[in-house]
Design a protein around this ligand. Structure first.
Ligand code: ADP
Ligand code: MG
Length: 627
């Protein structure tokens, strides 16, 4: 045995301790994932070595045949996972296996629900895979040496997973890492050839590095020959012909690349030859990662150049609004020594990006045929896809086809109606697609602006996501029909209203001219204008913004963000058939002003707006109630 020197015992970071505690005490339901995690790390280590060896062949130390070996010893009750990948220096061991600097850890601990099943799913996703060894082991020993360091720079790391670990320098001829799991009493089942082989096939078939296990052959005379057998398929999954890949294999590969424990909703595997040469395998996840809305959250694809792993999270190959897509791009069109910086300048990257964007959008279009699956997708990622029309003008129409909305047709808060659905239900004579934006679903659904539309049976899209007003400012038309915000500008129902109706409206407007004038005087500079409206059937009044003004929802978002905005004054529209408006006609003096102001303020409140002077509103309302 080697002698260990420079031995020291260090405490784990608090978060690691919490995590270990969790691993050890609550993750029984899916213990076998430890093997997936450790093989995945070994494969990453081989990928890294291969990449670094591209410009430094010496790193191979004469052995460029990368491999992972799994051995077990039923007597000692151990399972060993070994690789001849990049290995780790002493400092790397301390920081990689003793502290988790990743922002993900704190997040991981926050999301823990106590439900074991769910927690187990989260493990890989947060980059805490190594510690999963402690699910089955009460002691873990790691021996490693980094590929560019001398033999005496080996490191041994030992821990019982109880708050501290011991680290020492050792002599180690073999490059790479070996992890010895000293199995817990109740985890002996894993020290079994058959069990281990099954798990390797289940989780690691798609890993390109061969995973080997020892074999013993006995001849007739009882002589034993020891050898190695490659257990996994050991070819990069995406490089194999589609027809030979089963759904199970696609799903297993997804879990590896996406660090997700649940199945993907869809995938698209393409091999392209010609002007561009690439293979892509893209997935739509079934659930959102914790950092979907974080600015610097991980996103993008795993990049390979001619089957050599180059980097994780290559974000240059898909637009931001498709950041939830996971997968692999393998291309011949980039050079092997490409870096993140170089990617930004390479014109090939733009071409690949636009090709992959099309692939991803086509995949979603296909997914949309399965309503239930698409609804899951939409509920999870819809709000992200809504960033699309603003970001990607070229694909605006395609994206529009993928959008789903709540509408007055169903009056349900589930966004499940497409624009094509809407168009197919349009009234005779209807030329526009009507929508309303409000702060919440109920505010939209009950907005006074919808009254005339409900009366006439015209469908209106009900929008209430934060991003919706921004979305609508970039969606100009669908299927040749323009979009109209029902709370802005003149109400124009086109040919839906007949000549008689229009004439009657004009007559009413004339008849109320003097009332309108009086209200306008009473309201002074609180309004831009006052009009008689036919939008309303139940409410006495509503406020409307000029057509090209920023909407109320966007204003509130910008104001909340501290953006200075120019003041806009609303247009007050009165319902001539409402009892309160009739009352207005007979009111005078102070009472007239009170009622005018109350109608205005109520209309603002119904819109979800804030009153500048709420106490004044209450005072006037009370004066009217007690009059
Ligand atoms: P992740 O794989 O998501 O980075 P892990 O907890 O699985 O998180 O591993 C933590 C880190 O430890 C890895 O990023 C890597 O730097 C290092 N590591 C783990 N296993 C190995 C290995 N077999 N060879 C080299 N480095 C490893
Ligand atoms: Mg890992």
């Amino acid at each position: 045995m080697t002698t260990a020197t420079h031995e020291e015992t260090l405490g784990f970071q608090t978060e690691v301790k919490q995590l270990l505690h969790l691993m050890i005490h609550s993750l029984y339901s899916n213990r076998e994932i430890f093997l997936r995690e450790l093989i995945s790390n070994a494969a990453d280590a081989c990928d890294k070595l291969r990449y670094q060896a591209l410009d430094n062949d010496a790193l191979y130390e004469g052995d460029s045949e990368l491999r992972i070996e799994i051995e077990h010893d039923p007597k000692a009750n151990t399972v060993t996972i070994r690789d001849n990948g990049i290995g780790m220096s002493r400092d790397e061991v301390i920081s990689n296996l003793g502290t988790i600097a990743r922002s993900g850890t704190a997040e991981f601990l926050k999301q823990l629900s106590g439900e074991q099943q769910k927690d187990a799913r989260l493990i890989g996703q947060f980059g805490v895979g190594f510690y999963s060894g402690f699910i089955v082991a009460d002691e873990v020993t790691v021996r490693t040496r980094r590929a560019d360091l001398p033999h005496d720079a080996g490191v041994e790391w030992r821990s019982k997973g109880e708050g501290e670990f011991t680290i020492a320098d050792i002599e180690r001829a073999a490059r790479g890492t070996e992890i010895v799991l000293h199995l817990k009493k109740d985890a002996k089942e894993f020290a079994d050839d058959y069990r281990l082989k099954g798990l390797v096939r289940k989780y690691s078939d798609h890993i390109e590095v061969p995973v080997r296990m020892p074999t013993v052959d006995k001849d007739d005379d009882g002589n034993e020959t020891h050898g190695w057998e490659t257990v996994n398929e050991a070819t990069a999954l995406w490089a194999r012909p589609k027809s030979e890949i089963s759904d199970e294999e696609y799903k297993a590969f997804y879990k590896h690349v996406a660090h997700d424990f649940s199945d993907p909703l869809a995938w698209s595997h393409n091999k392209v030859e010609g002007k561009l040469e690439y293979t892509s395998l893209l997935y739509v996840p079934g659930r959102a990662p914790f950092d979907l809305y974080e600015r610097d959250g991980a996103r993008g694809l795993k990049l390979y150049v001619q089957r050599v792993f180059i980097m994780d999270d290559a974000e240059q190959f898909l637009p931001l609004y498709l950041r939830f897509i996971k997968g692999v791009i393998d291309t011949k069109d980039l050079s092997l020594n490409v870096s993140r910086e170089l990617l930004q300048q390479d014109p090939q990257v733009e071409k690949l990006k636009s090709a992959l964007t099309k692939r991803a959008l086509d995949m979603l279009k296909k997914l949309a045929k399965d309503q239930e699956a698409y609804q899951t997708f939409w509920n999870t990622f819809g709000a992200v896809l809504k960033e699309g029309p603003g970001e990607d003008h070229a694909n605006r129409d395609k994206i529009a086809g993928l959008l789903r909305f709540s509408t007055t047709h169903t009056d349900s808060s589930t966004q499940d109606q497409s624009l094509a659905d809407y168009v197919s239900r349009m009234k005779e004579g209807q030329e526009k697609i009507y929508y309303i934006v409000a702060d919440g679903f109920n505010a939209a659904k009950h907005s006074p602006h919808l009254e005339i539309f409900r009366k006439k049976g015209i469908e209106v899209l009900l929008l209430s996501d934060r991003i919706d007003e921004w979305l609508m400012s970039h969606l100009t038309e669908f299927d040749g029909k323009t979009f109209v915000d029902v709370a802005k500008g003149e109400l124009d129902l086109g040919d839906i209203e007949n000549e008689e109706e229009k004439k009657a409206q004009e007559e009413t407007a004339k008849a109320k001219e003097s009332l309108v004038k009086r209200v306008k005087e009473a309201l002074g500079d609180h309004v831009q204008d006052v009009k008689v409206t036919h939008r309303l059937t139940d409410s006495p009044a509503c406020v409307v913004l000029p057509e090209h003004e920023m909407g109320f929802q966007m204003r509130r978002i910008m104001e909340a963000a501290g953006q200075p905005l120019p003041e806009v004054k609303p247009i007050l529209e009165l319902n001539p058939d409402h009892a309160l408006v009739s009352r207005l006609e007979t009111a005078e003096g102070e009472g007239f002003t009170d009622l005018s102001r109350v109608l205005l303020d109520q209309a603002i409140i119904a819109e979800g707006g804030h009153l500048e002077d709420p106490a004044d509103y209450v005072k006037r309302l009370n004066a009217l109630l007690t009059a």
